[in-house]
Design a protein around this ligand. Structure first.
Ligand code: GDP
Length: 305
């Protein structure tokens, strides 16, 4: 909780700074205040569509209640934002709950380079291991030597096995090997790293669907989760990546990283609203403990204080 408050500090400061300036000298919520609020939300990386959605809801409420004070605006805004955030029912504040009867539980992790994909996998491996789970890592990002090396460093640091092949080998083949080893060794959870090259949508789509298809030869209902990692500090770029990846494959969860040290935490609101895919984790720092299950109530509480 403390990390969450601290991690969202910049977003909160920037957002409320703008909001306070926008309503300064105003007592009643009128069209002018709504115009200013719209600008605050857009410049806080909530995204245009979600902003318009929020403004529309508040307008309706103002029309219904006739007189809404700017003091009440905070609470209304908090409620509206809370209702747009996705519920994360597979994780609680204690951590991710692995569904019964799926062993190994296979998480395929997707996202472009640099967003914090490897770090997120490492943090997850650590948390699952700490929870007493047997974890396997699969280095299916065979495109960059550095990706395999980074994942190996995490595998050593956390003390979990990694399955890899040489650079340039078939990512699907690595995934196949990983699941085979995981099965043979009674693993609980498998994390498969993939290459997120966006230069060619068809290429990405084909590569991801091939990995899935080949994994299903070992575990018929794999992957159980396709987790998209997005860098929250990139604001609108994160939206764009979410769009590209959801077109390329069926994304079933998201992790939004680097919310610490950015004022762009509003992306979580817009991305939740636009894609309706559960945000499962948020990254609040570089350490192993700095990946938290996303909880919308806690998030709003930290944002609004
Ligand atoms: P990948 O290329 O997507 O695998 O990205 P990496 O996992 O290598 O991460 C890129 C950089 O971002 C590294 O320096 C990480 O330590 C850093 N990073 C990852 N997640 C977070 C986070 O939640 N907060 C902060 N501050 N840094 C992060």
């Amino acid at each position: 909780k403390e990390t969450l408050d601290k991690g969202l500090e910049k977003t909160k400061e920037s957002f409320f700074g703008k909001l306070t300036r926008a309503v300064a000298g105003k007592s009643k919520v009128d069209d002018d205040v709504l115009d200013r609020l719209e600008e605050v939300l857009v410049t806080s990386d909530v995204g245009v569509d979600t902003t318009l959605n929020i403004i529309d809801r508040i307008e309706k409420r103002v029309a219904r209640d006739k007189y809404v004070t700017v003091n009440e605006l905070n609470d209304i805004l908090r409620d509206e934002i809370a209702s747009l955030l996705t519920e994360n029912n597979t994780a609680d504040t204690e951590g991710f709950v692995l569904p019964e009867g799926k062993k190994p539980y296979v998480i395929m992790v997707v996202g472009v380079n640099g967003v914090g994909k490897t770090t997120t996998i490492g943090k997850l491996a650590y948390q699952f291991k700490k929870a007493g789970k047997k974890v396997y890592l699969g280095a299916s990002d065979t495109f960059r030597a550095a990706a395999v090396e980074q994942l190996e460093i995490w595998s050593e640091r956390v003390g979990v096995p990694i399955v890899k092949q040489q650079m340039g080998s078939d990512p699907a083949s690595v995934a196949f090997d990983t699941l085979s080893s995981a099965m043979a060794n009674g693993a609980d959870v498998v994390l498969i790293d993939t290459a997120g090259r966006l230069h060619n949508k068809k290429g990405l789509m084909d590569e991801l669907s091939k990995i899935k298809r080949v994994m299903q030869k070992v575990v018929p209902d794999a992957p159980h989760d396709v987790m998209l990692v997005l860098d929250g500090s990139t604001g609108q770029n994160a939206f764009e990546q979410a769009k590209q990846f959801t077109l390329a494959t069926e994304v079933t969860s998201m992790a939004i990283t680097k919310l610490d040290g950015t004022a762009k935490g509003g992306v979580v609101i817009g991305i939740s609203d636009q894609f309706k895919i559960p945000v499962r984790y948020i990254g609040l720092g570089e350490g192993v403990e700095d990946l938290q299950p996303f909880n919308r109530k806690e998030f709003v509480k930290s944002l609004f204080g």
